[in-house]
Design a protein around this ligand. Sequence first.
Ligand code: FE2
Ligand code: FE2
Length: 181
Amino acid sequence: MDRAEAYRLMCEHTPSESLRRHMLNVETAMRWYARHWGEDEELYAVTGLLHDFDYEQHPEEHPVWGVRYLREHTDTPEVVLEAILGHVASAPRPTRLAKTLFAVDELTGLVQAAALIRPDKDLRKLEFSSLKKRFKSRAFAAGVNRDEVEQGARELGVDLEEHLANVLRAMQEVAEPQAAS
Ligand SMILES: [Fe+2]
Ligand SMILES: [Fe+2]
């Protein structure tokens, strides 16, 4: 299982453009943390790319269906499978890989939403102070579970504000410039 195979599998099982975007965003945040810690970037990328690949077609059994599929049909490393199972709040997260996935999963959605309500929709211009405000106002992008982001940062051992800044920076580094509308 490498990045190309993970991407292919994810697209094959996920017709939804927005869910694909979500997994690509999580991949981006995972890569940033892997580089930050000097961990295996490809492993982190693959974990982010695959973590919701079964969600669209098997929401009831997610992520168990996906992990079973990966175990039976691919050579995905056990540590990746364990991390995917661990992105549910109550599940165990024995590795830093698993903790990172849980910590960035919901937060990437908030960063994306905060960029999209800007008139220019330009993620590169989203200020950290604005992201912090959006985080605190729970009515905004209410589907983003703030408690899980806080729990995730705590488990990861990264200060919450630092974690917000890290994920914002990660996503800004790869963000495409927006065409003026
Ligand atoms: Fe999920
Ligand atoms: Fe997710």
